[in-house]
Unconditional design. Structure first.
Length: 167
């Protein structure tokens, strides 16, 4: 009887270990688990980044695949950055808590022909808002790579910024 009980305990222990490993893998894939380096980068002063730093080799008609990103871009994931761009126009003019930051104010980046690396979803931290302006803005926050897929399974954005400051 005790052999059966020991075998059951061993099986339960193995299952728990397997579940812990699976949960850790899911957290890593979803970006919920962060390395000590990422934590340190997020805590330090923001790194100046431009949209040119976020470019990678892609043709407009190509579907996005994560391996297209350069190691330099991947290294920025979880890092505090400062980036300059334009707030993409929307119907809301003030009290904005989230917006799309684009490379420039030309029509190329506002329309469907824009490259994925020419825009970034910015979500401001709680109690922080901004107003729309036609002038360039500088945004500081933690950069991450989050693939957002729209209708037709086409990527509409891949970059995200948890905004801490907008000037």
């Amino acid at each position: 009887m005790s052999e059966k009980l020991s075998a059951k305990r061993l099986e339960l222990s193995s299952r728990r270990r397997l579940l812990a490993v699976a949960a850790a893998a899911v957290m890593l894939v979803l970006g919920l688990g962060r390395s000590a380096l990422a934590e340190e980068q997020a805590a330090g002063p923001p790194r100046d980044v431009t949209f040119d730093d976020l470019k990678f080799d892609m043709k407009k008609e190509d579907p996005f695949v994560r391996k297209m990103l350069t190691p330099k871009i991947e290294k920025l994931d979880g890092t505090r950055i400062r980036i300059r761009g334009y707030i993409r126009p929307s119907f809301q003019q003030s009290g904005i808590t989230q917006f799309i930051l684009v490379r420039d104010n030309m029509e190329c980046c506002f329309g469907p022909g824009a490259f994925l690396f020419d825009c970034m979803i910015v979500e401001l931290q709680p109690n922080l808002t901004t107003d729309f302006t036609v002038r360039p803005v500088t945004v500081e926050g933690t950069f991450s790579i989050k693939e957002i897929v729209g209708p037709g399974k086409k990527h509409v954005a891949i970059y995200h910024l948890s905004g801490e400051k907008v000037k």
